[in-house]
Design a binder for this molecule. Structure first.
Ligand code: CP
Ligand code: NVA
Length: 309
């Protein structure tokens, strides 16, 4: 098994499905007020360069509920790249704690930390990927139907959330349709990696710039903000580019049974109407809940197999 959880594409379908099964079990246990203490005495360092509600709270609460502890590190305290190098930060933390969860702008920084750390690194979102979100989304889809029989449409920006969903579908052999403007397609490297993985797994991946073609008859429609963290200066321009990609009543009429997904935070009235986000077909709070359980499964998977330096 890989040391780190940086991309779902580093993991096999069997590994991801085992994590899903454990996440489902952990959710049942949690709801029955049972808290298995599998990470007793272990510590996770959490490093955030960007804001967070869900990722921060679910990792911190998740560690505590499994009997462990989490330490929050802010970039201004640590000074990666200014006060000290990523290598020194990784080597120091490896002597004290059992894992690092990092949310960074640069994807390369997370890879650099992983290269030098002897402890596992978990990607809590980079500009390129958001694998923990994809695992919670998998658990949410599995709560409705067999993910391998589901068809999911992603509509909007070809961003980090889209990338991890696409790679997840590619590893697991799912059906995914991705509708983005031609100017904001997913990253070319991610598209080609997904094509390669999909050829092995039997995944059906369809790229289009037409939201209607993507959503027709699907089981799930997923969207994310048009302006990701760090792109705030482009918000105005992005609202124009993505206007025809809004998930609204007119669009979902082409998928009468579809459930609606969004990683949150949402901009109601932009990428999705408030009526739909808060309506009966929305799964957004299931997704948010499953962040807790699916990340506990990830934490166990990487921490219980790693060895001390
Ligand atoms: N979905 C998600 O990652 O939320 P946060 O940015 O609040 O962590
Ligand atoms: N694409 C969004 C996801 C937030 C959880 C961002 O990167 O800001």
């Amino acid at each position: 098994m890989p040391k780190d959880f940086i991309s779902v594409a580093d993991w096999s379908a069997d590994d991801l499905l085992r994590m899903l099964e454990r996440a489902q079990q952990l959710r049942r246990l949690h709801r029955a007020d049972k808290r298995p203490q599998t990470l007793q005495g272990r510590t996770l360092a959490m490093y955030f360069e960007k804001p967070s509600l869900r990722t921060h709270v679910t990792f911190e609460a998740g560690m505590a509920q499994l009997g462990g502890h989490a330490v929050l590190l802010r970039p201004e305290q640590v000074g990666i790249g200014t006060r000290e190098t990523p290598r020194d930060v990784a080597l120091n933390l490896s002597r004290w704690v059992d894992g690092i969860m990092a949310r960074t702008f640069s994807h390369d920084l997370v890879c650099e930390l992983a290269k030098h750390a002897t402890i596992p690194i978990i990607n809590g979102l980079t500009d390129l990927l958001h694998p923990c979100q994809a695992m919670a989304d998998l658990q949410t889809i599995a709560g409705v139907m067999n993910p391998r029989q589901a068809t999911l449409a992603y509509v909007g920006d070809g961003n980090n959330v889209a990338h991890s969903l696409i790679l997840l579908a590619a590893v697991l052999g799912m059906r995914i349709r991705v509708a983005t403007p031609a100017s904001h397609r997913p990253d070319l490297g991610v598209m080609s990696q997904a094509e390669d993985l999909g050829a092995e797994s039997g995944a059906e991946i369809f790229w289009t710039d037409d939201p209607l073609a993507a959503v027709k008859g699907v089981d799930f429609i997923y969207t994310d903000t048009w302006t990701s963290m760090g792109q705030e200066d482009e918000a105005e321009q992005r609202r124009e580019i993505f206007a025809r990609y809004q998930v609204n009543q007119g669009l979902i009429e082409h998928a009468p049974d579809a459930r609606l997904m969004h990683c949150l935070p949402a901009h109601r009235g932009e990428e999705i109407t408030g009526e739909l986000l808060d309506g009966p077909r929305s799964l957004v709070y299931e997704q948010a809940e499953n962040r807790l359980h699916s990340q506990k499964a990830v934490l166990e998977a990487v921490m219980l197999t790693s060895s001390a330096p």
